[in-house]
Design a protein around this ligand. Structure first.
Ligand SMILES: *Cc1c(COP(=O)(O)O)cnc(C)c1O
Length: 433
């Protein structure tokens, strides 16, 4: 049997820490949260979200106190209302990818002018809702979509503010499922067709061209692909100006990566400064810049707490079977993503190597492989870096009720979403008469 004595690589965490052999969310031991609220349980740290937001915001204001960029949180990363409300109070806007997300943003009282609406397949109903709400901008990904928006705006007798999402054809050097800026991705308008598409947009009577947009992928851990994308997008802005199309804002998307344990992404403030300085050096300081971070604001602000149900020794592998599954955290099954997994209380036991797996009937249902853990049945584990693309990707497969979500602020814990009840999962179903 393969034995792994390597220590678990840990991310740097602002809101979670280990003291005297115990893990804490800010000032609250995770053990007491497990006892009070049960598992599986998502736990978010307000402090961690605050620090990540401030790291961006510091770079968004120049030396003279002039704002040169705005943060629109990509809420698909984590759309819990408490998180949205927290970011709204800091001054963030939002990046939406569905009518459902628009409803969430409106539910927390976000200013419509702080919303940008992205997505490759917006339905007529979604476009109608966005125009009625008065969003700042719709980011358009094809000519048929542009024509659809024009038709709907005509019917509503309003004008539609749009930008085109450019596919800059740069390699973000990330996982193929989360790379979006390459020629063969479904996203955006092919680079060589952008000028033509802007010309068409300019001819549509109800369309107001206001910006240009790109988003090259997710979990990107170097700055270089962003600088390439900025250069290619600014080249277009220059050409558009010659043709009389005035671009007012430059939306550079999101995608900055976080450390899940082994990566070393750039510091948020330095990264943002580099990007914004580059835009200014090329002579575009007058453009309003929009950044749409998702993962880097919330990814390391959340953990998923789980209980060890059974330790199952095997000839090839030992299994640690926990009460959390791919239904609560899909990233390992979907991308073979690594999440650090730690016992929330240190024990004087000899560590064993385990595959940490859930109870769902799929071989893809694993959370961590070959992990060295000193644990017994009934112990609790924290799956780290679970604040982004965690709860939002959860499902009810195997008729599993989704977990509660808690936000910790100092020494207070708030339930920000109730645990689902099994009966609610089939309450809308009917048998035949
Ligand atoms: C997903 C997405 C983002 C955020 O990506 P992160 O990797 O979470 O920062 C931003 N903009 C658009 C258009 C997206 O689809």
């Amino acid at each position: 049997m393969m034995v792994n004595n390597r220590p678990t690589p840990l991310p740097h965490l602002a809101g979670f820490s280990q003291r005297d052999g115990q893990w804490y969310a800010e000032n609250i031991p995770l053990a007491s949260l497990a006892k009070d609220y049960g598992t599986p349980l998502y736990i978010y740290s307000k402090r961690a979200i605050t620090e990540a937001y401030q790291a961006y915001d510091r770079a968004c204001v120049d030396k003279n106190g002039q704002r040169r960029a705005r943060i629109h949180f990509a809420m698909k990363a984590n759309s819990n209302l408490a998180i949205l409300d927290c970011l709204k109070r800091f001054g963030a806007g939002f990046d939406l990818v569905s009518g459902g997300e628009l409803a969430r943003a409106l539910a927390i009282g976000a200013e419509p002018a702080s919303l940008v609406f992205a997505g490759v397949g917006k339905s007529a109903a979604e476009i109608t809702a966005a125009l009625k709400a008065g969003v700042k901008c719709i980011n358009v990904e094809s000519i048929p979509e542009l024509q659809q928006i024009n038709r709907i705006a005509t019917a509503l007798q309003c004008r539609a503010p749009i930008s085109l999402r450019v596919n800059p054809d740069v390699d973000a050097q990330t996982h193929p499922y989360i790379s979006t800026g390459l020629k063969d991705n479904k996203f955006g308008i092919a680079y060589h067709e952008v000028l033509k598409t802007y010309r068409e947009a300019a001819l549509l009577p109800q369309i107001d061209v206001i910006g240009i947009d790109c988003h090259i992928g997710s979990q990107i851990t170097t700055t270089a692909p962003y600088l390439d994308a900025v250069d290619k997008v600014l080249d277009l802005v220059v050409q558009l100006k010659k043709e009389g199309v005035v671009i007012r804002h430059l939306d550079l998307g999101g995608g900055l990566g976080i450390s899940y344990g082994t990566e070393t992404p750039p510091d948020i403030t330095e990264f943002t400064n580099t990007l914004l300085n580059h835009v200014a050096e090329r002579g575009f300081a007058h453009l309003d810049v929009i950044l749409e971070p998702g993962r880097s604001l919330v990814g390391n602000a959340g953990v998923l707490l789980t209980r060890v149900e059974y330790l199952k020794p095997g000839a090839e592998k030992n299994f640690c079977i926990v009460d959390t599954a791919m239904t609560e955290l899909m990233r390992p099954a979907l991308y073979e993503a690594y999440h650090a997994i730690v016992p929330i209380q240190e024990k004087e036991l000899t560590p064993q190597t385990y595959d940490v797996v859930g109870p769902v009937c799929e071989s893809g249902d694993w959370l961590g492989r070959d992990r060295s853990l000193a644990i017994e049945e009934g112990d609790y584990l924290a799956i780290l870096s679970a604040g982004a693309y965690g709860f939002v990707m959860s499902s009810n497969y195997n008729t599993r009720a989704r977990p509660a979500e808690i936000m910790v602020d100092g020494d207070k814990a708030y339930v920000v979403r109730d645990r689902e009840h099994v009966n609610d999962l089939f309450a809308g179903e009917r048998t035949l008469p």
